[in-house]
Structures are given as structure tokens and as C-alpha cells.
Design a protein around this ligand. Structure first.
Ligand SMILES: [Zn+2]
Length: 465
């Protein structure tokens, strides 16, 4: 049971400002923010002098215990959320892959059983749509009522949806308070280019990038946005990684359409050159990491507000599994670990002056809560919200090594990355879950977060009522 806490002497960071204040927590909630708050007899004081006090990050994109490419991601709900907690992330969204013929509410129950037993911090879900035939489309509404109002369609993979089904879900989403998210790449081009390179004996990890280059993603972004615009339906592009897509999102928003985009730290920090490395397979994810021009465009869009969120696409596989593609890049399971690295990386970028701390909080927490309908509970240091709090030490230096991580994966693409500043402690609803390298949380302590229905009617995030 959470004790009463007083976070004393730190600087609170919001999207708008950074100010000196004490934060009082009673049980699981933030109850008061003010100067010179006094601790009661049973209050534990957390000394935050010289530290920043931040809302826990919300990772809108993880794949825990997910079957893919003949295996399953190496972090289950326990390991994935433990890793999250140790990187200052206090809520994760996991994708539930609907089975063919499966009603959406059934899919939620199937996965929540697992998650509720294992998760150490709070979690919610997005539904990944495979099948809306035979009345299944109408079960979306029940999922919204259960607190899962976001649905993702894939334009690629063998389970990806047709253009018609994508359009149908967009149209339906408007009526039921749902948000459609999309993995945008051109499937035909991926298949064609993949076959071409393999037939030419070009099988290294570099050809993963070459078979899904800039335009393969950019064209699909443009197409997806076109359909959303035609319906004036809200659209959220997951893991945006290319300049053309960023430009299309920017234009749609300037025209007043409710188009939103997420990018990931791996796209902000690395370029496609990583696929030429000996360990190139470790970086194989889809969409692949793009060139320097795309990386610059992503940062610019993020700074302008045309990319609203940063999430990880945490989808870890073991080294031995990544080796399956040593002679054929199509056999490399797609995905990288990252849930423990996102907030520390974005905050380090802020600490180096690349963005503000306010911006890091906005894209890693506050905007995610607003877009996905959980801002009544999460996403800010504010009275009434859950006490999901990170104490951040801007003076600490931290070198990422897999040994220092807390998931179940045996490598990290962030190995050797030097960060300026690092989370010192993480609290989940008032409970300490991480402090100075050590995990203190409990399996099963994480709760399912019921999201509100989503109505994003203009680019102004405030319209999410
Ligand atoms: Zn993903």
C-alpha cells in the first residue's frame, strides 16, 4: 500500500513551465502542489533538491509476449513493464493482435488475463485489426466501452488489411469514439523489392533497409492520410520514420485535419548506416531506420509539434533469433528493445539542449495521455492525477549497457550510448518501483487503465474531450 509521500525541494516540469514546488501524494494520488508544503507525521519525505520532478512516461507502443516471425518477443508483461519502470515509464500500451474471427472484446479479455497477472506498472491496450468481416466491425464499439478505444491497422505483413478494410475502420471510428492508428508501408513494393534483392543474392541486413526505403513508407503515409482526410476522420501514424511522411502529416495538420504522428528514439538517434554494421540484424525493425535527411525531418517535425508523441515500438528478440537471418534478411525477426531507453534518451537530448525538458515531457507523457484518452489519470504532475512520478538527476552520467537494463533481452541497440542525466527514482501510483539501478516493484501490481472514448476533431489536442 502506498504511503503518503512528499516530494520536497525539486523542480516540477510540465509542458508549459518548469517551477520549484513540493508535490504531496496521498495513497495513489497527487493531492497538492505548492511551495513549502509540510510533511505530516506519517509522511515519507523524498528529497528532490537539485532534481527534476516529472510525470512518468507513457509508452504508446510496445509488443510484449507477442508471437512474430516464428517466435515470441523476449519480454513478457512482467519483464517488459519492469524494464519500463526502470526507465521512468509508468504506463505502457501493448498491442493485442486480434485472431481471425475473434470479436474484439474477447481479444481484450484473452490478453488482459496475462497482463493483469504479470504487469508491474499500469498498462492499457490497442487492438491490432485483422478481421472485421461477419459483424466483427460492430464489436469495435464494445471494445471502446471496455476502455480500449484505439485500433491499429497494418498496411503490410500477411495479416495486414486491404485498403477497403482500412477505409471502413476509419469511417466506423468516427461514429464510436475510436482512433485508428496505422503502420504505413507499401506492401506490394516491399514484396517486390524483397524478392528482387533475394534473387540477386543480396541477403544482408542492409537489404532490409533497401527493400523498404524512404518512399515505400512515405507513399503509404500519403495514401493513409488521403483517406483520413476524405472522411475527416482522425488518424494516428505509428512509428513515423521518413521525411516525406513527416511533410504529409505537417501539411494535413496545417489544413486543419486531425492527423497525428508518433516517432521512436531509434529513428531519432540512428541512421540506416547501422544496417551495414556487423550487428546490423539487431537494428532490423519495420519500418527500418532511415537516412540522415529523414532523421532531421523527424526532429524538426517533433520540435514544431507536427509529431506529437515518442514511443518505443519495443519488440525485443534474442541474439540467437536475430541470427536466423544471417543468410537471408527476411528471416530476421523485426523489432528492437527500447522501453527502458526512451525517456532517459529524450531527457538526455533535452539536457543537452536539443529540445526543452518541457518538450520531452510533452511527447513522452502529456500528449500520449491526451491522444489516447487517459489524461484524467496520467500524463502530468497535477493534483488529482495518479502519483506516477520520476525523480530525475540531470547531473548523473549514464552509459547504457545491456547488463544495466532490466528486461529479459540479451542485447540492446543502445549499448554504449552515453546519456547526460538519468532517472533516479520512479514511483507508480505512489509506490516506489525503481531507485538508483534497482527495481522495487511487484509482479501483478500494474493495473489495466480504462481509456476514455477518443474524439480528435482537429489538430488541437485540447479537443480530446
Ligand atoms: Zn509496433
Amino acid at each position: 500500500m502506498a504511503a503518503n509521500l512528499l516530494f520536497k525541494g525539486g523542480k516540477v516540469v510540465t509542458t508549459e513551465s518548469t517551477y520549484r514546488a513540493d508535490v504531496a501524494v496521498k495513497g495513489e494520488k497527487i493531492v497538492e502542489i505548492g511551495t513549502s508544503l509540510k510533511a505530516g507525521a506519517e509522511t515519507e519525505v523524498v528529497d528532490c533538491r537539485g532534481k527534476l520532478v516529472l510525470p512518468g512516461a507513457i509508452d504508446a507502443h510496445t509488443h510484449l509476449a507477442m508471437p512474430f516471425g516464428g517466435t515470441i518477443t523476449s519480454d513478457d508483461y512482467e519483464a517488459g513493464t519492469r524494464s519500463a519502470a526502470c526507465g521512468g515509464t509508468t504506463t505502457v500500451f501493448d498491442f493485442i493482435l486480434q485472431d481471425f474471427k475473434e470479436p474484439f472484446p474477447k481479444a481484450i479479455k484473452r490478453r488482459d488475463k496475462l497482463a493483469s497477472e504479470q504487469a508491474v506498472v499500469d498498462y492499457s491496450f490497442h487492438l491490432a485489426v485483422k478481421d472485421v468481416s461477419n459483424g466483427l466491425l460492430n464489436t469495435m464499439e464494445e471494445a471502446v466501452a471496455m476502455g480500449v478505444p484505439s485500433f491499429k491497422v497494418f498496411m503490410v505483413y500477411d495479416f495486414g488489411v486491404t485498403d477497403g478494410v482500412f477505409y471502413q475502420t476509419l469511417e466506423h471510428s468516427k461514429k464510436i469514439g475510436a482512433l485508428i492508428a496505422v503502420h504505413a508501408e507499401n506492401n506490394e513494393m516491399v514484396n517486390f523489392l524483397t524478392a528482387k534483392y533475394l534473387s540477386e543474392g543480396k541477403t544482408s541486413a542492409w537489404y532490409h533497409y533497401m527493400s523498404r526505403p524512404e518512399f515505400v513508407e512515405g507513399e503509404a503515409d500519403v495514401r493513409a492520410i488521403q483517406w483520413a482526410k476524405s472522411l475527416n476522420a482522425a488518424l494516428y501514424i505509428v512509428h513515423l520514420a521518413n521525411a516525406q511522411g513527416a511533410a504529409a502529416v505537417t501539411q494535413a495538420r496545417a489544413e486543419g485535419y486531425p492527423v497525428f504522428a508518433e516517432t521512436c528514439p531509434q529513428y531519432l538517434n540512428f541512421t540506416s548506416d547501422v544496417y551495414k554494421r556487423k550487428d546490423g540484424a539487431h537494428f532490423v525493425c519495420s519500418p527500418p531506420i532511415k537516412n540522415k535527411a529523414s532523421q532531421r525531418a523527424l526532429w524538426d517535425a517533433l520540435k514544431r509539434g507536427d509529431i506529437q508523441t515518442v514511443a518505443t515500438d519495443h519488440c525485443p528478440f534474442l541474439k540467437s533469433e536475430k541470427k536466423w537471418g544471417a543468410k537471408d534478411f527476411t528471416k530476421i525477426p523485426n523489432g528492437c528493445a527500447g522501453v527502458e531507453n526512451m525517456y532517459p534518451y529524450m531527457l538526455s537530448e533535452a539536457n543537452r539542449g536539443h529540445i526543452t525538458f518541457n518538450k520531452a515531457v510533452e511527447v513522452c507523457s502529456t500528449n500520449v495521455a491526451k491522444i489516447f484518452g487517459l489524461d484524467h489519470l496520467k500524463g502530468a504532475i497535477e493534483a488529482g492525477r495518479d502519483a506516477d512520478i520520476v525523480v530525475y538527476d540531470a547531473k548523473k552520467r549514464f552509459t547504457v549497457t545491456n547488463r544495466a537494463m532490466h528486461g529479459s533481452t540479451d542485447h540492446t541497440i543502445w549499448e554504449g550510448a552515453e546519456l547526460k542525466g538519468y532517472p533516479e527514482a520512479t514511483y507508480s501510483r505512489g509506490n516506489l518501483v525503481y531507485r538508483e539501478g534497482k527495481f522495487y516493484g511487484k509482479k501483478g501490481a500494474g493495473r489495466f487503465i480504462k481509456c476514455k472514448p477518443i474524439k480528435l476533431t482537429s489538430p488541437e489536442l485540447n479537443d480530446n474531450k
